[in-house]
Design a protein around this ligand. Structure first.
Ligand SMILES: Nc1ncnc2c1ncn2[C@@H]1O[C@H](COP(=O)(O)OP(=O)(O)OP(=O)(O)O)[C@@H](O)[C@H]1O
Ligand SMILES: *[C@@H]1O[C@H](CO)[C@@H](O)[C@H](O)[C@H]1NC(C)=O
Length: 267
């Protein structure tokens, strides 16, 4: 992408190592003591605007770990859209392919691609009749418990359940399957490691787990792009550690750690 024909121009410098195709959403958060009934107006005690959307979350986490990133998305031609593009820039994310449109934002799935065209697919939100090509064409297929359940029809609540679901997904043609399990870490299965493996994570005091999955996927994209020779299991251990940091403070992108605040042995 973005290769320049100008002589002497370092094209490598312009290329993003992690490209995220996905959603950018503005979260309008009202804190209330209860949910309003249909048609009812109630008082809230706090209101704030947050930057969300699974694609952008993943991109922000990868960028904060030091990845050169580009976000491919469409936001509205309005103040929220302008603010979102500014948020991407603040996170050092290239916005060359962040478009603004009059159409409503849709954001259904996020795909992360690096320039060796290694693809990481996160089927969010999941649909039971997912186009089977997503299984075979993505290098890494990463889903959470709910998504694994919808895709396989199996109940997924434990590492053993996740292992069964991963095996079924591998049977559909996935090369590498990862099922994230919240405080239980994740389970992985690959062509080279055909026995499902549970990668537990450290016990932490979770304050707000919102966006933990996107922190995990963003971190994994970072490792795939920048440490391609690291064993998958090690990438997953480190992604677990980064997502564990994100659950220890409130918010989504606001809880994502920067490289400078993380232990050196993660890099
Ligand atoms: N309570 C927790 N303690 C430690 N790590 C956690 C916890 N919750 C989540 N994580 C980490 O985050 C990763 C993703 O979590 P999870 O499986 O809940 O994803 P998710 O359901 O997509 O997240 P969410 O929808 O809340 O953003 C886990 O694999 C784990 O590494
Ligand atoms: C998994 O991700 C979906 C989005 O696809 C989300 O709605 C769901 O709550 C997540 N599941 C868990 C267990 O957090």
């Amino acid at each position: 992408m973005a290769a320049s024909g100008e002589p002497g121009r370092q094209w490598q410098e312009e290329v993003a190592a992690v490209v995220v195709v996905g959603s950018c959403m503005t979260d309008l958060v009202s804190l209330t003591s209860r949910l309003p009934k249909t048609g009812e107006t109630i008082h809230g005690h706090k209101f704030f605007i947050g930057f969300g959307g699974k694609g952008a979350n993943q991109c922000v986490q990868a960028a904060r770990l030091g990845a050169k990133t580009s976000m491919v998305c469409k936001v509205g031609k309005d103040s929220f859209g302008n603010d979102y593009i500014e948020n991407l820039k603040q996170n050092d994310i290239t916005t060359e392919f962040a478009y603004q449109t009059q159409d409503a934002a849709t954001g259904t799935a996020s795909i992360i691609v690096n320039n060796e065209v290694k693809t990481l697919f996160n089927p969010a939100p999941a649909v039971a009749d997912l186009d089977p090509r997503f299984y075979t064409l993505s290098d890494v297929f990463c889903c959470n418990e709910t998504e694994a359940e919808i895709l396989t029809g199996l109940k997924v609540h434990s590492p053993a359940d996740a292992s069964r679901a991963a095996q079924l997904l591998k049977g559909r043609g996935c090369h590498v399957v990862i099922v994230t399990l919240g405080a239980e870490g994740c389970v992985t299965l690959s062509e080279t490691e055909p026995t499902p493996k549970h990668i537990p994570t450290e016990k932490v005091k979770a304050v707000d787990t919102t966006g933990a999955g996107d922190s995990f996927v963003g971190a994994l994209a970072f490792y795939l792009a920048y440490y391609p020779n690291l064993p998958l299991e090690e990438m997953l251990k480190r992604s677990n550690s980064i997502a564990a940091v994100s659950v220890q403070s409130a918010g989504t992108q606001s809880s994502y750690p920067y490289k400078k605040d993380l232990p050196l042995d993660l890099f």
